[in-house]
Design a protein. Structure first.
Length: 414
């Protein structure tokens, strides 16, 4: 295989990273609107995130099997088609105002995104010099972060631009006015997701016209040589990497989810002000990925991962050991350390798999379900002991990631 990057295929596939980052964060904007429309408890509203992350747990491994059979390009087109279908389901969901249909639509969209992730992450990793795989995937993930940075502004403009009435305010409306209000609230999600469905469809058409190099079957291993996922799971590095992905996603989502509450408790401002500061957490991840991609051109990815994970541990400990703005700023800075973790863990974990990379990718994407488990655990510890103790759980997650990176370096895996 050629050692230089094939830039047209790289740019085409990288556009997917932007799109799924954008829609993943856009989903957050649905929570307050659906809570108001359906008079949900916070637990019921939280099913939005559960429906999203459940797709990673259920679809990733079947998606890996599918891609190993039909190839990366057809796998990408399949994922785009599924995501477009899910977006279109928001139209009847809004029209009927059936909450379970909204959750089904979310699950279908997330299933398509899952297939895209299973296909695109390893494809970027093998699209060029193996020694630069982490650098390429980190650069692609930077555009994912660009999508997550832009999405909140779009959500504010389309999903949250009007006034969402509280339960008491809704109770004061007449029956007819209340029905009109709820219908308008539900319908407000139709247009954005119809546009997204069109975007997925157009991207599928564009990518179908791009000549993506066939990579599966060109390595030194045969995809059918061993017994599927059993052989993939026998790879220790993959197993360690899957746990690393689980812990990383859980820690990142947990810190981002509770940052506003933490800042309010610290007394550094109200929820609106701290919510604005939260952009530094996600924006730091975007900047760090561009910087990390450049660093990995010169330095071993596992060594950079060791430094960034250790930095995250230190920042969390500084945060829980201080007060006021210093404590909040330290936690916001963790976003910068998060930046290179997912792509670097991912590429190190699948490095030894050859043509088994789609199955390995399926295992790693399944581990993204950590975002559904660690944040509630942090919340539960906070209820019992406070944030100072609860944030030690993300710190432990980062300790493991540093261990994973150091272990890979010790074995001279890169």
């Amino acid at each position: 295989m050629k050692k230089h990057v094939l830039w047209l295929p790289f740019a085409a596939v990288t556009s997917l990273f932007f799109l799924w980052g954008f829609i993943t964060v856009l989903v957050d904007g649905l929570i307050p609107r659906l809570k108001a429309v359906f008079e949900l408890t916070y637990l019921q509203a939280g099913l939005v995130q559960f429906a999203w992350f459940a797709a990673y747990g259920l679809i990733s491994i079947p998606g890996g099997r599918l891609i190993s059979k039909i190839g990366y390009k057809r796998g990408i087109l399949t994922g785009l088609s599924i995501a477009a279908l899910g977006c279109l389901l928001f139209f009847p969901a809004a029209g009927t105002r059936m909450y379970m249909l909204f959750l089904l639509a979310l699950f279908v969209v997330a299933s398509g995104i899952t297939v895209l992730q299973v296909a695109a992450n390893p494809y970027i990793a093998v699209l060029g010099d193996p020694a630069r795989a982490s650098s390429r995937l980190t650069l692609a993930q930077a555009f994912n972060s660009l999508g997550t940075t832009i999405a909140p502004m779009v959500a504010a403009g389309f999903l949250l631009s009007d006034t969402i009435l509280t339960g008491d305010a809704q109770s004061a409306l007449s029956v007819a006015a209340l029905e009109t209000y709820r219908a308008a609230e539900a319908a407000a999600v139709q247009l954005p997701f119809v546009w997204l469905a069109g975007g997925f469809a157009l991207l599928a058409v564009a990518l179908s016209a791009v000549q993506l190099p066939r990579i599966l079957g060109t390595g030194g291993q045969r995809a059918e040589s061993t017994s599927g996922f059993a052989s993939v799971l026998s790879n220790r590095r993959l197993r360690m990497g899957a746990l690393g992905i689980f812990l990383y996603v859980g820690a990142e989502v947990a810190i981002g989810s509770y940052m506003v509450n933490y800042g309010v408790e610290l007394g550094v401002g109200n929820a609106a002000r701290i919510g604005t500061l939260l952009s530094f957490y996600w924006g730091g991840a975007m900047i760090g990925r561009f910087v990390g991609s450049a660093l990995m051109q010169r330095l071993a990815p596992n060594k950079i991962l060791t430094v960034f994970a250790s930095g995250a541990v230190l920042l969390v400990l500084i945060s829980v050991g201080t007060t006021g703005m210093v404590a909040l700023a330290a936690l916001l800075a963790v976003g910068l350390c998060n930046s290179i973790m997912f792509p670097t863990i991912f590429t190190l974990a699948i490095e030894e798999l050859g043509d088994r990379k789609p199955e390995g990718s399926g295992m790693l994407c399944t581990a993204i379900v950590g975002g559904a488990f660690i944040p509630p655990a942090v919340g539960g510890i906070t209820d019992l002991f406070g944030f100072g103790t609860a944030f030690l759980l993300p710190a432990i997650c980062y300790v493991y990631i540093a261990y994973f990176a150091y272990n890979v370096a010790g074995k001279k895996a890169v």
